[in-house]
Design a protein around this ligand. Structure first.
Ligand code: ZN
Length: 880
């Protein structure tokens, strides 16, 4: 196997192409091992292109079988085929049409990029650089063209033929067993948004009438036969998304038809191809028996995300891949807002911040740190990261906080207006908010350029004589790869000053920083903000709603945190106060076993017990308040010299103590929350289940070895949330009922690979030394396959990212297993292999023994021959 030469691509080197493309006419004749692609591409020189300038197109694993220019075959001296290129040495002056015939092998395409087959269905994945695996092309996002796609296939193999846009024509090819369909997409788009699908699929259809102009849009979800009944929730989420984008952003759908296809082999979550979204079936299929409440929420969020891309991504796309956050950060923000409106805003915010802190913060604090808009890459596939997506969304949220609801909307309206049909940049985006608000956002824009999580150090000084409070806030940001010093960020800090009765206090004057309503705007390295005219010393509540993606180090003592946990009117900060208290304990417990004083644990237990029964809060929020920080969160907060076994032991000790303290009230709550009616996945019911299951988890710790309650919960479950949590609790505590439940689960769902993924994950994340051997055995289980990304993520990805003690085994066997898997998987699917390898991103924070073993495993990968550029890039950067 050839080693990809990882060439560094730099933002500063951006140049437009020499030629523009007007139209692309594709004629695709499908066959499993030899698909013919005839691409007729109309080029014209851009202004300033010298006559005869060579045309250089990208290609990857293509067989060139024909090439004509303006209808005449090209002779071999007129062009050159390189490893990844096709060059037309001296094109004629003016516009010309190039007709390229390539042959590709969908069955052999194990990378799942370009045209491949998933359970017999032909499908394409072109983002970021997959179109070049279909034909030679300017495979970059700033080349927009109008596509017409003709697909031809055997009728029996592929009765359904789909492509972007609107259907134009279809028919049989007389005298053969083949048929064809022609699709036309009137909206110019970059090649990464091209898609076609062909196969024997079932279709669920519906319609949506737009609010803005009353147009009727045909909606279709295509799935494998037998899955038709599992699409209702996805279809409903789609209709709600379409309506919401009209109501909240004024964006109407623009084609006559919108299609979603669910496939089982997919590298990512889903893909926003114009009018033809292709989804990992995990984010489409659901019914109560097979999907957890979390799965339902995931489906709702991803359906919305891909739909929202129609405007933020498709109508306005990215000039180059450095601008990826232009579509992803913005679209994540939009889907988060949608879910907040559909469910509980507070609960959604907590969940999003949890995700940010558990995935993005470690990235920002380790060797893979990069700016939200990077300035160089060797493999763009490795930049579909939590930083680009989640931190990118936080930047948009901060814009809204800074500009206010109306200012933000005005900026968005201008953006849609000004850049519709274009490939834009972050500068273009920011400029719209500046122009619509007469604001200067140049300092704010540093959020896109500087990597690393800023830290806020806060100290408070109360002056009793003058009844004034001074808050000193100092911002800093640690160095990240390639960026040793950082300039100060613009940081919006939403806040409140809480009086003794729990209500926010008024002040007469404030100085030292700009204040807009309840937001302090930090711009300098240091601010001293003084509030005058307070009636008594308040407790400060800073960073309400997590108004900026920063680490807040305030010097709050336990009493102040307990006060906030009981009284803050901001639900997010209530949650945060409980987390902070728990984190203080857990960190200390992890450093010094036995260091925890019972009264401290009691205090936390009392708070948690109160929160559990607090009828003023919705159950979903109470469930969040009850949850202790995860082992990986504790590791992140410790930062250095991490011993995952000590962390797990401390966390367990605190959990058991809380369970003991709250045993009685939890048992009552558990019974009280039992659902008697029929199952519904709505947010209310899901919240009650979440609370009940959180309580069950605590109770399981004190219920003794053979937990009748947990096993009973498993046996009587009428939905997947209940069933899966009970299964996990049984297995992760090595309960006597564990095997019975595992066997039962397998017997019920053996034929449903998507559900069996949960069964794999439960076993892969069990915190025992036997787990690694179990995983090796499971790789031979009929449900497992190295060809399917979902299976790999469920078994091995879950182990690497979700099993702190066993991935980080002190003997290094966890590291070696993952490294070996990465090396063998790399030959088949480099993208999935590279992502798996990024589980090593925090290796430097480990204690010396584990750190050395992790480094050795990483080096073994980095130094292996024949690596893909994907894995090479992650390995090299992880070691830097
Ligand atoms: Zn996206």
């Amino acid at each position: 196997m050839r080693t990809d030469v990882a060439q560094t691509v730099r933002l500063e080197d951006y140049r437009p192409t020499a030629y523009a493309i007007g139209t692309v006419d594709l004629d695709i004749r499908l066959a499993p091992k030899a698909t013919r692609v005839n691409a007729k591409i109309a080029f014209s020189p851009r202004e300033g292109t010298a006559p005869g300038t060579a045309l250089e197109l990208a290609g990857d694993e293509l067989k060139l079988v024909g090439l004509t220019l303006n209808g005449a075959p090209l002779s071999p001296e007129d062009y050159e085929v390189g490893e990844d290129t096709l060059t037309i040495k001296t094109p004629p002056e003016g516009p010309f049409v190039l007709e390229i015939v390539t042959e590709i092998d969908p069955d052999a395409n194990s990378k799942l990029m370009g045209l491949y087959r998933s359970s017999g269905t032909y499908c394409t994945q072109c983002e970021a650089e997959g179109f070049r695996r279909i034909t030679y092309f300017y495979d970059r996002p700033d080349v927009l063209a109008v596509y017409t796609t003709r697909i031809e296939a055997r009728k029996s193999d592929a009765p359904i033929l789909l492509a972007n846009g609107n259907p134009v024509e279809a028919g049989d090819i007389e005298g053969t067993d083949r048929h064809y369909a022609v699709w036309h997409d009137p909206f110019p788009k970059p090649s990464y948004l091209f898609a076609m699908v062909a196969g024997d699929l079932a279709c669920v259809s519906d319609t949506y009438r737009t609010l803005l102009s009353g147009r009727e849009v045909e909606l279709r979800i295509y799935v494998e036969h037998g899955n038709e009944t599992r699409c209702d929730y996805a279809m409903d989420a789609l209709k709600r998304s379409m309506r919401w984008d009209e109501e909240v952003f004024g964006r109407e759908y623009d084609l006559d038809i919108f299609m979603i296809v669910a496939v089982s082999d997919f590298n990512m979550g889903a893909m926003e191809n114009k009018g033809l979204n292709v989804f990992n079936d995990k984010y489409v299929l659901a019914n109560p028996e097979t999907a957890t409440d979390q799965d339902y929420a995931g489906i709702e969020g991803v359906i919305a995300h891909e739909y929202f891309h129609n405007w933020t991504g498709d109508r306005i796309t990215c000039r180059d891949w450095f601008q990826l956050c232009l579509k992803e950060g913005l679209t994540v923000f939009r889907d988060q807002e949608f879910s907040s409106d559909m469910r509980s805003r507070a609960v959604k915010r907590i969940a999003d911040v949890r995700l940010l802190q558990s995935h993005q913060f470690p990235e920002d604090g380790g060797p893979l740190a990069h700016p939200v808009r990077p300035t160089l890459y060797r493999q763009i596939n490795n930049f579909y990261t939590a930083t680009v997506y989640e931190k990118g969304a936080e930047i948009v949220r901060m814009l809204k906080t800074l500009l206010g609801v109306e200012g933000f909307r005005a900026g968005m309206d201008l953006y849609f207006d000004r850049h519709d049909g274009e490939a834009a940049t972050i500068e273009d985006f920011i400029k719209c908010f500046e122009d619509a608000n007469e604001a200067d956002l140049s300092q704010f824009a540093r959020w896109y350029a500087q990597a690393g999580t800023p830290a806020l150090k806060v100290a408070e000084h109360w002056d009793e004589a003058s009844k004034s409070l001074r808050i000193d806030i100092e911002q800093s940001c640690q160095p990240t790869p390639g960026q040793t010093t950082k300039l100060p960020f613009t940081i919006p800090v939403r806040f409140g000053l809480i009086g003794p009765n729990g209500a926010d206090m008024e002040w007469t004057s404030a100085s030292g920083a700009e204040l807009r309503d309840d937001v302090i705007i930090l711009t300098d390295p240091r601010h001293s903000i003084t509030f005058e005219g307070l009636s008594s010393r308040p407790v400060t509540s800073l960073l309400r709603g997590f108004s900026a993606p920063v680490r807040l180090a305030d010097d709050k003592d336990r009493d102040a945190l307990v006060f906030l946990a009981r009284h803050d009117s901001d639900p997010f900060n209530r949650w945060h106060a409980v987390q902070s208290l728990a984190m203080q304990l857990l960190k200390r417990g992890a450093r010094t076993p036995g260091a925890l004083a019972t009264d401290e644990i009691q205090e936390l237990a009392s708070l948690i017990g109160e929160a559990a029964g607090d009828g003023n809060f919705e159950p979903a929020l109470r469930a969040q308040l009850l949850q202790l920080p995860a082992e990986s969160d504790i590791a992140r907060e410790l930062g250095t010299d991490v011993d995952p076994d000590a962390i797990a032991a401390a966390r367990k000790a605190v959990q058991v103590a809380i369970a003991g303290h709250c045993a009685e009230s939890f048992a009552i709550l558990y019974e009280a929350l039992a659902d008697t009616g029929p199952y519904s996945p709505d947010a209310e019911a899901a919240g009650r289940r979440a609370l009940r299951l959180t309580v069950l988890e605590y109770l399981a710790w004190i219920d003794g070895e053979a937990s009748v309650r947990t096993l009973g919960h498993y046996r009587t479950a009428n939905n997947m949330s209940d069933r899966l949590t009970a299964l996990r609790l049984l297995v992760h505590r090595a309960d006597a009922g564990a095997q019975e439940a595992l066997d039962d689960f397998e017997a019920r769902f053996a034929k449903d690979a998507l559900v069996m993924d949960k069964w794999l994950t439960v076993q892969a994340t069990a915190p025992f030394p036997e787990t690694l051997a179990r995983i090796r055995t499971l790789t031979a289980h009929p449900t497992f396959s190295y060809a399917n990304p979902n299976r790999i993520r469920a078994l091995i990805g879950a182990f690497a990212a979700g099993n702190q003690t066993q991935f980080n085994r002190p003997d290094g066997a966890g590291f070696d297993f993952v490294a070996d898997t990465v090396l063998s998987l790399d030959k088949r699917n480099p993208q999935v292999a590279a992502r798996l390898l990024s589980a090593f991103r925090s290796w430097r924070a480990l204690e010396p023994g584990r750190r050395a073993l992790a480094e050795a495993a990483l080096r073994r990968v980095a130094e292996a021959g024949g690596l893909s550029s994907d894995v090479q890039d992650i390995a090299t950067r992880s070691l830097q």
